[in-house]
Design a protein around this ligand. Structure first.
Ligand code: ATP
Length: 360
């Protein structure tokens, strides 16, 4: 099945040295970025890092103080947002409450100047095609108030797509929904994108969402780009400690590395002699936990056990330093070992990443 009306050519987008200030405050700081056509790119970063401002600048809702936004090789400075052919979906769905779903989706075509407006039958056909695509074709007569939050965001997406935008901008579109609906919708968005291949930018502060949905992740911090790469690249090969920390939970050890092996690690030294080793970052799933003493393992006491279905999250306190370490065990390991609160255990990293620039 094809959705001919919705399938767009891949349009690409570029930011060239874009700076945006609010008074003395620089929200976006000399950002250069190329968004490839046809991909779904996530702008990921903590609250206040400037991702929304960058998105709004790319869209033309804000004018950059310096630099240029380029779409398909054409500098956009001075071109109003209405002529840039970008579609938006925001966190708070701005659907018209007094209009049905059908009318909301049709709106973008109905307000076009007469010369550009398709005939009524064509509008109806396209609305139904899009409602089918967002799996709401049987809801076209409903009003937004009669729908769930997730359904309304799907209507908002259909409404953005009806004008066949070159680029789709999604600003925390699922941010106001509860966790389960959010997970369902992000998978749905991925499938939709696989069907449409419309150049899309998703702003999110949720690393799981970015990792699962995006073809590419741009990690931002304080108005700048820290890293730009595929989900696997940013997760497995983070450019720096900020990216590493932002993408997931972390334990920090100090140790000594020979070749690519962690030979010793001594978190107890890190408090007294920070210079004695390099900081080593270990994800919770890169920790092993044993009930028997093992060479290279550190003694610890289990302080908390959290079972969450497929995995269990164990917190232990290291004897020597009193530091907390987080361990993620797959269900089968958890069932074998069944660590209990207060139990004495032995833990060791099984993998690690090193950042020599990191300061504790
Ligand atoms: P969040 O996820 O919290 O929205 P964000 O990464 O999207 O964060 P922005 O909304 O881009 O961040 O905001 C970046 C910084 O710019 C923030 O410190 C914010 O207070 C500031 N800012 C944004 N818009 C304006 C404005 N219109 N006037 C003044 N300051 C602003």
């Amino acid at each position: 099945e094809t959705h001919s009306a919705d399938r767009t050519e891949a349009h690409y987008l570029e930011a060239r040295g874009v700076t945006k200030r609010f008074g003395d405050f620089t929200a976006v700081d000399d950002v250069s970025l190329a968004i490839p056509g046809g991909q779904l790119t996530a702008l990921l970063g903590p609250s206040g890092c400037g991702k929304t401002t960058l998105l709004r600048t790319l869209a033309g809702l804000e004018a950059p103080d310096q630099g240029a936004v380029v779409i398909d090789g054409q500098v956009q400075n001075g071109i109003p947002v209405t002529r840039r052919k970008v579609g938006f979906v925001f966190q708070h769905y701005a659907l018209f409450r007094h209009m049905t779903v059908f009318e909301n989706v049709a709106f973008g075509l109905r307000v076009k100047p007469k010369a550009e407006r398709p005939p009524k039958s064509e509008i109806a056909r396209r609305v139904h095609e899009l409602l089918e695509l967002v799996q709401l074709d049987n809801q076209s007569g409903k009003y937004p108030d009669q729908m769930s939050g997730g359904q309304r965001q799907r209507v908002a997406l259909a409404r953005a797509l009806i004008v066949q935008p070159k680029i789709l901008l999604l600003d925390e579109p699922f941010g106001a929904l509860d966790a389960n609906v959010r997970k369902e919708l992000r998978r749905w968005l991925r499938r939709l994108h696989d069907e449409l291949h419309i150049t899309s930018i998703l702003v999110t502060h949720d690393q799981d969402e970015a990792l699962e949905v995006a073809d590419r992740i741009v990690v931002m911090n304080q108005g700048r780009i820290e890293q730009d790469g595929s989900p696997e690249q940013v997760y497995l090969h983070p450019a720096n400690a900020f990216v590493y920390r932002f993408l997931g939970a972390v334990n920090v050890f100090h140790g000594r590395i020979e070749g690519d092996r962690l030979v010793t690690y001594a978190p107890e030294e890190s408090l007294q002699q920070p210079a004695s080793g390099v900081p080593i970052f270990v994800r919770p799933h890169e920790m092993s936990l044993s009930r028997e003493p093992k060479s290279g393992h550190l003694q610890a006491t289990v302080t908390r056990v959290g079972f969450s279905g497929a995995t269990a999250r164990i917190e232990v306190q290291l004897d020597q330093t009193g530091r907390e370490v987080e361990i993620m065990l797959p269900l089968s390991d958890y069932q074998q070992r069944r660590p209990a609160e207060g139990e004495r255990v032995f833990v060791a990293p099984t993998g690690f990443t090193e950042f020599s620039d990191y300061q504790i």
